[in-house]
Design a binder for this molecule. Structure first.
Ligand SMILES: NC(=O)c1ccc[n+]([C@@H]2O[C@H](COP(=O)([O-])OP(=O)(O)OC[C@H]3O[C@@H](n4cnc5c(N)ncnc54)[C@H](O)[C@@H]3O)[C@@H](O)[C@H]2O)c1
Length: 414
């Protein structure tokens, strides 16, 4: 059978998918698009060194008209739905990097485009596929800790040192414009995928703008918390942002009716406590779970980067087991919109707000015109500043971005 023809849009993070695709027996990269020529050439050379002839494009429109069965979206985080919809309409399967959409109106359009196309849409929320998080999902689904009562997910990553190399001194780079609760996917996502439960309500909180990030041009609160209620009544805390801690902290804790499980905060192993007797009588176990598939060991983000590309290709080929493991469009939206609604909660002074179930067509109409977000081009007249009014923020001067750009070009840390 001919290999699937895959295009990759965005060659920075996209390089990870390019490397994974080069190892795939079922797919090959046929086109790569990035407007930044040096990174595009580097990606092209990686493919060429592996013996592939790949078409390189700086313009999305030229890339779009190329012959491809599927596209990996690794472009700007707030522009995934914008490109996913026309790609699906043109008959291409889509795998999208995080996040899903810029606002609720886009969430509705994306879901409807996926439904209409009948094609594979997969969300590359790789944090669901660490050895630990994948194991927690297996244990939870098997019933080891009973029904969820409370969980916490944490993604604390101080990006100050790498800020020049990930924002390039661009005032309008999405990382400088995102509101504090936007990037909730890595902390919230694995809790939803593990339990299969839908979020129904959220309250947002954020910490003050950190001076060390403001000096690098970031314009948002430093840390965000979403307190989310799930459909079974469980409460989960999702915390993410740039606090001072090395190495970065990616941790999850689950408490159920018959036990608990949590990642160790420093050694990355998994703790499980199962109540095996009466109340309080049980057994603790600590171990490093094996990966579900051999190919994962040694790949990016603790092996998780292997799974998203693997499941995407297998899902397109009709592998039902892969489809069950992967994150579909409904779950993708559930992993993203609580962050958008949490920011509305912050702006509205800490109100508890409902999270719609966009699986239901009758829920969608209310949100078709809801463009609330801090990305002007997607928000229109519902634009909201990424620095909540409570911080009385002053403008960040152009000299800040000039300095960050200088550091990026000189290869200096932030
Ligand atoms: N899942 C993870 O672990 C993980 C890690 C890093 C980044 N990401 C995600 O990957 C995506 C990309 O992030 P990044 O770190 O590569 O930084 P980035 O967002 O700065 O890079 C995006 C790349 O896409 C290119 N691009 C964007 N719009 C384009 C257009 N219209 N035409 C041509 N090229 C265009 C840019 O030139 C850039 O090289 C983001 O969505 C981010 O959230 C995910």
């Amino acid at each position: 059978m001919a290999k699937l023809k895959i295009g990759v849009f965005g060659a920075h993070r996209g390089m990870t998918m390019i490397r994974e695709l080069l190892r795939s027996p079922d797919a090959e990269i046929t086109a790569i698009c990035d407007k930044y020529r040096p990174i595009l050439d580097k990606a092209g050379k990686t493919a060429e060194d592996a013996g592939l002839k790949v078409s390189l494009f700086e313009s999305f429109d030229d890339f779009f008209s190329c012959d491809m069965d599927a596209v990996v979206l690794a472009n700007y985080a707030h522009e995934h739905a914008k490109y996913a919809v026309p790609l699906l309409e043109s008959g291409r399967h889509v795998m999208s990097e995080v996040l899903t959409c810029a606002n609720l109106a886009e969430a509705v359009s994306l879901i409807e485009a996926v439904e209409k196309s009948g094609l594979v849409y997969q969300y590359a929320e790789n944090y669901c596929f660490f050895n630990t998080t994948a194991e927690m999902r297996r244990l939870y689904q098997r019933g080891d800790i009973g029904e969820l009562i409370y969980a916490e997910g944490e993604y604390v990553h101080d990006c100050a040192a790498i800020w020049p190399s990930i924002t390039y001194g661009e005032r309008d780079h999405w990382r400088n414009r995102k509101f504090s609760t936007y990037y909730c996917t890595h902390s919230l996502g694995p809790m939803l995928h593990t339990t299969g439960l839908r979020p129904i309500k959220v309250v947002g909180l954020e910490g003050q703008q950190a001076d060390y990030m403001k000096k690098l041009g970031a314009r948002s609160g430093s840390i965000a918390v979403e307190m989310v209620t799930l459909e079974n009544g469980a409460v989960v805390k999702s915390i993410h942002g740039g606090l001072k801690r090395e190495p970065s902290s990616v941790n999850y804790q689950f408490y159920g009716t018959r036990g608990s499980m949590e990642t160790d905060r420093w050694d990355g192993q998994l703790h499980v406590w199962r109540e095996t007797g009466g109340n309080g009588v049980g057994k603790h176990e600590k171990y490093a779970p094996a990966f579900a598939l051999e190919g994962a060991a040694g790949t990016g983000h603790g092996g998780s980067d292997f799974f998203t590309t693997y499941y995407f290709i297998r899902s397109i080929l009709g592998d039902e087991d892969a489809k069950k493991e992967a994150v579909d469009v409904y779950e993708a939206v559930d992993m993203c919109i609580p962050g958008i609604i949490a920011y509305r909660s912050i702006v509205e002074g800490g109100k508890t707000l409902e999270i719609p179930d966009l699986r239901k067509p009758e829920e969608r109409d209310r949100f078709r015109g809801d463009t609330f977000c801090s990305f002007k081009e997607a928000a229109g007249d519902q634009y909201v500043s990424s620095v909540a009014a409570q911080w009385n923020a002053t403008e960040v001067g152009d000299e800040v971005y000039e300095e960050v750009r200088r550091k990026w070009l000189a290869g200096e840390p932030g």
